[in-house]
Write a protein that binds this ligand. Structure first.
Ligand code: GLN
Length: 495
């Protein structure tokens, strides 16, 4: 495919140069963090009205943080800052002291966190600068960002279309050139699917790789934080800064995590790419199937071996996920009762505590969040627990074992990230058709393995060129293989 610039409408911006070089420039004083922040603030001021990637811009804090980085560089301490001057946007379900953390919900419309998430502390220590909080589907439930209580985000490639979700604001902010990179959360695809629909890279690490301390919980056995960026190499640089054990998140893994950014450009000489038959479904849009075929041809030309694998449980991923995730959400969201946390309804004279709870929750939560809470409460209730929740856990084990078997035959699994390209607003109006967008992404979380989406090419729809994302998955903790393979394919798909 030709360079993205040839196709880009004015709202899309690709990176000027690799982030690793930009940060080296800041460290060497060839450019300043401050000038970079000013550039992004100007671009946001000019274009975010059309996109609505952000819930909140932290202009003053970003300028002050940039000045502090520049002062550190002047004082000769720049070498300690691998992300010196990197400007990063944060999904609005990751807490930081600056500004509000709303989860794009009325429930938390005025919530201010008294502490920073671990990922925020780590990025700041690495010299990164936070430019603002990005829009999402309320409490990260959705695949289009249409469920935000503050209005949808628009796709920079075509503002009549959705950016994907739930991290639609983080994906759109990168695609529109509002920041160098961003963070999102991925419970069933919320990093990878919007990255695919917005033409950028979105990377969900292995469950436990990145601390979730300070991420507002959705499905705790599935949630993981990860980066969006313009390239696999840029995503690796951000990942290197946030990865690793954190005492404050008991699920964080104590696994080896050597820096990967410098390694991603090294090709893998004997890469075996597994392509599941089930990922070539006739439900894929024709443009999506064509991009996958071209990528496979390009991978073969590079010497990769293409292996047929079977993941017959791909189809039951959706029903498994939409039992487990709502069950966990119904428990995690119980704390938003108007007393411990969140919006508190006004009571009429004579109304009791029960009314306070139910009114607060009815007013504070939007329809999709209410649907998930009801569904989750139902599948956990006595009499239904065995039929739904227990069965879903059994299916989860089978899905994990199916991946284990596939990875005996290949190093990575390749397929489309999403069966469709970015769709028009209102295009998936019934919940089930929205859930089906996640067919290729939910099993990654169910199995706890890492997955990355990168731009594989473009497909024309309605007279517009729209990005098509391809997804690679690898065994748990095989991030090095995953990122090196993704960088190889990313290059191959561009040439
Ligand atoms: N689209 C999926 C859902 O609605 C995934 C969300 C996510 O990963 N946070 O639940």
């Amino acid at each position: 495919m030709s360079a993205a610039e040839n196709l880009s409408p004015s709202l899309v911006a690709s990176a000027a140069k690799p982030l690793v070089e930009i940060c080296a420039d800041v460290r060497a004083g060839r450019t300043t963090a401050r000038s970079r922040v000013d550039h992004f603030l100007a671009r946001i001021a000019a274009h975010d009205g059309a996109i609505h990637a952000f819930n909140e811009i932290h202009a003053d804090a970003a300028r002050a943080a940039a000045d502090a980085v520049d002062a550190q560089v002047k004082a000769g301490r720049g070498q300690d800052l691998p992300l010196a001057g990197a400007v990063i946007a944060i999904k609005d379900n990751i807490v930081m002291r600056e500004g509000k953390t709303t989860c794009s919900s009325k429930m938390l419309a005025n919530y201010r966190s008294p502490f920073d998430a671990t990922v925020i502390e780590r990025l700041r220590a690495a010299g990164a600068i936070f430019i603002g909080k990005t829009n999402l589907d309320e409490f990260a439930m959705g695949s289009s960002t249409e469920n935000s209580a503050f209005g949808a985000t628009r796709n920079p490639w075509d503002t009549a279309r959705v950016p994907g979700g739930s991290s639609g604001g983080s994906a759109a902010a990168v695609a529109a050139g509002f920041c160098d990179a961003s963070l999102g959360s991925d419970t069933g695809g919320s990093i990878r699917q919007p990255a695919a629909l917005c033409g950028c890279v979105g990377f969900k690490p292995t469950y436990g790789r990145v601390s979730r301390y300070g991420l507002v919980a959705f499905g705790s056995s599935l949630d993981q934080i990860g980066p969006f960026a313009h390239s696999v190499a840029d995503a690796a640089l951000v990942y290197d800064a946030i990865v690793g054990r954190d005492e404050l998140d008991s699920t964080s893994a104590d696994a080896e995590c050597a820096p990967l950014a410098a390694k991603v450009a090294e090709p893998l000489p004997k890469l075996r790419i597994g392509v599941p038959r089930e990922y070539r479904s006739s439900a894929n849009a024709p443009g999506v199937a064509a991009v996958l075929d071209r990528a496979l041809a390009a991978a073969k030309a590079l010497g990769a071996e293409i292996v047929d694998v079977d993941l017959p449980l791909t189809d039951i991923g959706i029903s498994t996920y939409y039992v487990i995730a709502p069950a966990e959400a119904s428990s995690n969201l119980a704390r938003y009762d108007g007393i411990r946390y969140g919006h508190r309804a006004k009571l009429a004279p004579g109304e009791d505590l029960e009314a306070l709870y139910s009114k607060s929750r009815a007013e504070g939560f939007g329809p999709e969040v209410q649907r998930r809470i009801l569904l989750g409460t139902y599948v956990l209730s006595s009499g239904y627990y065995d039929a739904y929740y227990k069965r879903a856990l059994q299916a989860r084990r089978l899905i994990k074992e199916e991946f284990d078997r596939a990875f005996e035959k290949c190093d990575v699994v390749l397929g489309p990230t999403s069966p469709v390209v970015a769709f028009p607003f209102g295009g998936k109006s019934d919940p089930l058709s929205m859930y089906l967008c996640d067919v290729y992404t939910v099993n990654t979380n169910i199995a706890g393995i890492p997955g990355i989406s990168f731009n594989g090419g473009f497909a024309e729809e309605g007279g517009v060129q729209l990005p098509v994302g391809l997804q690679l998955q690898a065994p748990a903790f095989a991030e090095e293989t995953l990122l090196r393979a993704a960088a190889m394919l990313e290059r191959a798909c561009k040439s």
